[in-house]
Design a protein around this ligand. Sequence first.
Ligand SMILES: Nc1nc2c(c(=O)[nH]1)N[C@H]1C(S)=C(S)[C@@H](COP(=O)(O)OP(=O)(O)OC[C@H]3O[C@@H](n4cnc5c(=O)[nH]c(N)nc54)[C@H](O)[C@@H]3O)O[C@H]1N2
Ligand SMILES: Nc1nc2c(c(=O)[nH]1)N[C@H]1C(S)=C(S)[C@@H](COP(=O)(O)OP(=O)(O)OC[C@H]3O[C@@H](n4cnc5c(=O)[nH]c(N)nc54)[C@H](O)[C@@H]3O)O[C@H]1N2
Ligand SMILES: [Mo]
Length: 823
Amino acid sequence: MKTQTSFRLSRRQFLTTASALAAGGALSTLPFGLRPAAAATVVDGEYLQSCQWGAFWAKVEEGRFTSLRPWEGDPHPTPQLEGFQDIVYSSSRIRYPMVRRDWLENGPGSAPETRGTGDFVRVSWEEALELVAGEISRVQEQEGPWAIYTGTYGWRSNGRANNPQTMLKRLMNLTGGSVVSSSNYSKAGIEAIMPYVLGQVDAFGPQSTHQTIVENTDLIVFWATDPLKNNQISAAIPDHGEYAWFEDMKKAGKKAVFIDPSKTEGCKILDGEWLQVRPHSDTALALGMAHTLLTEELLDRDFLENCTTGFDIFAEYLMGNEEGVEKTAEWAAEKSDIPADTIRDLARRLTQGRSMLVSGWTPQRQQYGEQFPWAFVTLAAMVGQIGLPGGGFCQRYHLDNPGAPMANGPKLGSPSFAIGDRKELKEWPAEKGTNSIPCARVVDMLLNPGASYDHNGKTFTYPDIKLSYWVGGNPFHHHQDRNRMVEAWKKIETFIVQDYQWTATARHADIVLPATSSAERNDIDRVGVVANKAIIGMKQIIDPVFEARNDFDIFKDLATRLGVEPEFSGGRTDMDFVEEIYTAAREQGASMGVDMPDFETFWNGVPLVEFETPEAALYRTKYADFREDPLLNGLPTPSGLIEIYSNTIEKYGYDDCPPHATWFEPVEWLGQQDTTYPLHVNSNHPQYRMHSQLNGSAKLRDIYNVAGREPCWINPQDAEARGIKSGDVVRIFNGRGQVLAGAVVTEDTRSGVIQLQEGAWYDPADASEAGSVCKYGDPNVLTPDIPTSKLAQGTAGCTCMAELELFQGDAPAVTAFSEPVHG
Ligand SMILES: Nc1nc2c(c(=O)[nH]1)N[C@H]1C(S)=C(S)[C@@H](COP(=O)(O)OP(=O)(O)OC[C@H]3O[C@@H](n4cnc5c(=O)[nH]c(N)nc54)[C@H](O)[C@@H]3O)O[C@H]1N2
Ligand SMILES: Nc1nc2c(c(=O)[nH]1)N[C@H]1C(S)=C(S)[C@@H](COP(=O)(O)OP(=O)(O)OC[C@H]3O[C@@H](n4cnc5c(=O)[nH]c(N)nc54)[C@H](O)[C@@H]3O)O[C@H]1N2
Ligand SMILES: [Mo]
């Protein structure tokens, strides 16, 4: 077996082969049934590669990626990594361009009820690209750019060079524009509210380092967060440094409290106190703790005086002087199901030593999701340790490991390949609506063209969409209220999807274009978004599987057909982008005194450059400068201080987002009177997947599937009341929909809460029938499609109640993971 240093092809040879393969239309001349020209571009060997589950050595034998082993620089490889190799060849791989039969035979908009039924016709690349380019031209000319939606939200693969969403938007802007989207499904609530409170998103970028916590913190509170589960993946190549952090905290005997309806891995490792909070009551719990600090005079008045504004008005609210309800620990206990004494005790303990409040994002992915982050930061401000080593708060330890020390190396940038400005082929009149919607309002937009909506202090109008193009995202998993969505989608005349997996989104498309996975193309990325431990070249290790093509080549060919190439590519290839990004980093490195090999040397050897992490990087305390001198180092808020009360939000006059953190009773939750649907659905992020990605891996499904379906955790008390035991097929339902799942009876979820993780593939028993049962277990069949509030208009997918029963009879077979039938 060769190792990578005895390299295969020179870069120039490689490029020649690759561009020959990618030459427009060449693949389409192949007879059906044959794989595209299997030029053995890669000799057998082991190659360093990476994905968003980690860096690894890929074994290549006879042109196939046969196995992988984690890169030795990964301190804690994730079991999910195996799934990456598995999905490259899985049965859910999209092999060929496909067109929905009715659309092909009868034109755009025909028989939309057959969407998702799998009735596709295989076409050549030539024909598929003609159809797509034809549709873009038709809708641009007949309707205008306001009729095309390219919001295309989603977690495309990592890699700095290939961003298919940028490519799509660039192509659209060159041809007249389209409607795009803002924010995300992750933290729209935080992103909207924090700029008013802290003058910045906060849950982004480097946070206080792990070391400052290990050395200084007496009590750490993990509030709705599971850093061990959630840091398995990353937007870049994960550095997996937080596992050592937990080990260090364990060794130091750190006191940890976990406020969560589920018992997390972190809680088990640290032998933490588990407060089995009633979901959706976190704002009330924070207010109850704040009330204790206020009434027991445990708050830091100096910090509040020097570093915050508006506390007095908030204090009035806590005391019940605004609306007559005092937010006592007893009041909070009734909402949260945590005893009042425990609430008071926790509040006191926050002030008895150095304390760190750490939150995740589920409480802001709920109705009124802006309120918890605001209450959380307000509570931390009252404790008064913000900016002290090991103290204060952090709203992001669970993604991209932002508590890592930062290595002394240059940062990989993006290629100079921008979305660009819209080419004004047509003026965009105001009555045609907005050119950007909050991403989670996509279904509202489809259902209500011309309607107005409020968002972050302004009013907008929904456009009227006829064509939608999705790449690098999976809305038929990520969006809420699937049945409502399926209905709304019928309004679109043409839905184009470019993916490498037969997701439910691809199944609901009119035109499906098979893309390559990152194993089949060239790219580059860094290890650790914050840690920045290394740069790894992501060299193509196998030929495209079946007829898959690189996103870039697909868009380039479309640009040619639409008459906007070479403007689109500027004559560059994706390898040019890789080289450009590397070279820019190398130049930046040189200015920092960090030597990096030239590009040819880097790319043709083992494509790895590692950076040193200086000792000093171990120590970083967020907001230390601000605390030290809040006047000189003020925050970018109107007052320069932490705004516990926001005059700007007050001016908006929103009934669902008032000017200070406020408790609201959600539309549905365990605290309600109506018990028709008595179980809260915790659709948190999956242990063995990244969203819907890797659900296509049979190897991984073997680990976690129950009765061949998505596992659903249920507490023994709730299981017994319904006659359920582990391994049973259950039906979970509410007024919006129904899904099947496999029961796991466990004490790890509190009573009244079932856990059904997001990302499970939607698999309707009969896609043409409204409300058909999902055979596999997609929780978004059950969730409501409501906004957080007018401020963020974010997703509220974590607000959801349902009922569960034993499924009687023969459970229908899951069919989500195979290729749809096609002619
Ligand atoms: N109920 C509920 N719903 C939720 C959440 C929740 O907690 N509860 N969480 C929400 C959150 S935070 C998020 S971020 C979203 C995630 O939603 P998504 O980001 O849409 O989920 P993914 O499964 O990551 O989808 C990425 C898709 O891109 C495809 N893809 C990957 N790489 C490439 C590529 O290089 N080219 C192309 N063409 N395609 C590619 C993958 O195959 C996959 O289909 O879900 C949201 N939905
Ligand atoms: N393995 C894995 N990791 C991931 C992802 C993935 O898909 N898989 N996705 C990534 C992405 S895009 C994002 S946005 C982040 C998401 O980050 P988060 O939104 O923070 O993550 P979740 O795992 O959904 O939820 C975190 C914890 O909140 C708990 N929880 C649920 N509801 C409540 C509640 O009402 N109150 C309280 N106190 N706790 C509650 C859950 O049980 C869980 O333990 O994760 C990232 N990391
Ligand atoms: Mo997310």
